[in-house]
Ligand binder design. Structure first.
Ligand SMILES: NC(=O)C1=CN([C@@H]2O[C@H](COP(=O)(O)OP(=O)(O)OC[C@H]3O[C@@H](n4cnc5c(N)ncnc54)[C@H](O)[C@@H]3O)[C@@H](O)[C@H]2O)C=CC1
Ligand SMILES: O=C(CO)COP(=O)(O)O
Length: 320
């Protein structure tokens, strides 16, 4: 059995895909009311409407019900991960923990695997990330993801366990690079949404995505990630998806900013807190991240879109 902590869109979609592939999956939600609703309707209408939970998915608000699961997927928003893990560390002893969240913790500037290693020392962390909208996974559309783990034997076990007929998993030994790609692309996706929302055009978006990739790579390499990881599914792959699709919540928030419209604060948009974390991290390391800094300032309403565009276009001319 595999357990999934966090019954949002992504956790539910992964549970559905894995169960369709023949795995027994325990889907844990902290809210007993939501669990009762899902158990009765066999759906998660709040987060993943229109998708039936296969028979192989068991829902519960009691983590003890999934004590047999050797692998636990963590699928809550990044800023909630430290609290959720801290509360359940004892119950998770002896399991492999696979982070499915994309972001950097604003309080500690840790990514998911670093946070797991600190909050639950002794547990084996891995990360599952890459271009994959929950709705696509749940519809059974083909999806490829990266499973990154520092321990090659555990990584190979998880790769096999988490692969399903429409979920193709590639293995990486660079969890830092994989998690940084997933976190940083959300920040650039907000900027891409701003460009489109403000009517600055497709050419500007292509330039921004390219310069965004350069800036993602600059920070990731400075922190010790591998360049080939950034060029893979978890970096470039997810950057392309998120910067070009209105299915992305990060892109849609950016579009709203670009148009001067509001955005529903209840929607999970990982890039907002992560942009602020990235700006801090980059300043600490002396890495230039002009796009992330602009996104941070825009999200905090410290500058206007016109000022951001002007500031980026008037930067000193450089070599590519
Ligand atoms: N939705 C998508 O297409 C994808 C999402 N992700 C990542 O998955 C993570 C979760 O995103 P979504 O599922 O889309 O968000 P969501 O907004 O659909 O759901 C978040 C869920 O987390 C739960 N939650 C919040 N705090 C919690 C806590 N302390 N303990 C347990 N559960 C808690 C909420 O009740 C909610 O059910 C994010 O980091 C996101 O970047 C990754 C790939 C695709
Ligand atoms: O990470 C995702 C797709 O790979 C989902 O993106 P959003 O969080 O922007 O919706």
């Amino acid at each position: 059995m595999i357990a999934v902590m966090g019954a949002g869109a992504f956790g539910t979609a992964l549970a559905v895909a894995l169960a369709r592939g023949g795995q027994g999956v325990g889907l844990w939600a902290r809210d007993a009311g939501q669990v009762a609703e899902m158990a009765a309707s066999r759906r998660n209408e709040r987060r993943l409407p229109g998708v039936e939970l296969p028979e192989g998915v068991t829902v519960s608000a009691r983590l003890e019900d999934f004590a047999g699961a050797q692998t636990v997927l963590l699928a809550m928003p990044m800023q909630q991960m430290a609290g959720a893990l801290g509360a359940h560390c004892a119950a998770l002893q002896g399991r492999a923990l696979v982070a499915c969240s994309k972001g950097i913790d604003l309080a500690t500037l840790e990514g998911p695997t670093g946070l797991i290693a600190r909050v639950c020392p002794g547990l084996a962390p891995a990360i599952l990330t890459g271009p994959s909208f929950a709705a696509d996974i749940a519809r059974g559309l083909p999806t490829a993801l990266t499973l990154a783990c520092a321990d090659p034997a555990l990584g190979a076990r998880l790769q096999g366990e988490l692969s399903a007929p429409t979920l193709r998993i590639y293995l990486s030994g660079d969890p830092l690079g994989a998690e940084l790609g997933g976190a940083l692309k959300n920040v650039i996706a907000i900027a891409a949404g701003v460009v489109i929302g403000a009517g600055l055009g497709e050419s500007a978006r292509a330039a921004l995505v390219t310069r965004g990739f350069a800036e993602m790579s600059r920070l990731a390499l400075a922190l010790g990630a591998r360049a080939e990881t950034l060029a893979g599914l978890s970096g470039l792959g997810d950057l392309v998806l998120t910067c070009t699709s209105a299915q992305s919540r990060n892109f849609r928030l950016g579009q709203a900013l670009g148009r001067g419209e509001g955005f529903d604060p209840a929607v999970t948009v990982e890039g907002v807190a992560t942009a602020a974390a990235v700006s801090k991290l980059a300043a600490q390391r002396g890495v230039e991240m002009p796009l992330a800094d602009m996104v941070t300032a825009l999200c905090q309403h410290k500058i206007t879109v016109a000022e951001a565009a002007e500031a980026l276009l008037s930067r000193p001319l450089k070599k590519e």
